[in-house]
Design a protein around this ligand. Structure first.
Ligand code: ZN
Length: 165
């Protein structure tokens, strides 16, 4: 595995819709492994392929229940409304309030190409919506209601970018 450079806001790859992944090749598997490593090293809870410069519909997440990879994820159901603070590894040192559904159901493929259906709520649902937005070129700044002030504890923050990277 290898840690990948995370692109930051202003890079056009973050603003364009990502392409469907036609097949889970070895290259895709390696990208998923590298994305997970990159996410863990940055203390993130989610990362989308465009954030490492790859315009493909792949996200990885870990909200504390172990690693999850989703290829071509689609939100098929959403309910409720919740406003909370988000950060983004591609938008260092900013935290904003975003309104999201409280619960979502997502369909996609796992890292082996097997169809999966995930029901999530709370932080997991929020992270899924944030990451899937990246696949459509949508950033939290496009949805922000207001800036938030957050005292960052780099070890347990939702996304705590490392200084100087
Ligand atoms: Zn993000």
């Amino acid at each position: 595995m290898a840690k990948l450079p995370v692109v930051t806001v202003g890079d056009p790859v973050l603003e364009q819709p990502a392409a469907e992944v036609p097949k889970i090749t070895k290259k895709v598997s390696k990208l998923i492994d590298d994305m997970l490593e990159t996410m863990y090293e940055a203390n993130g809870i989610g990362l989308a392929a465009p954030q490492v410069g790859v315009s493909q519909r792949i996200v990885v997440l870990d909200v504390g229940e172990g690693p999850v990879a989703l290829v071509n994820p689609v939100i098929v159901d959403a309910e409720g409304e919740d406003i909370d603070v988000e950060g983004c590894l591609s938008i260092p040192q900013r935290w904003v309030y975003v309104k999201r559904a409280t619960a979502v159901e997502v369909m996609g493929l796992n890292e082996k190409g097997k169809p999966v259906r995930i029901k999530a709520d709370g932080l997991y649902a929020r992270a899924l919506q944030h990451e899937i937005d990246h696949l459509d070129g949508v950033l939290m700044l496009d949805r922000m209601l207001a800036e938030a002030e957050v005292e960052v504890e780099p070890t347990d923050s939702e996304t705590a970018p490392e200084e100087g990277e």
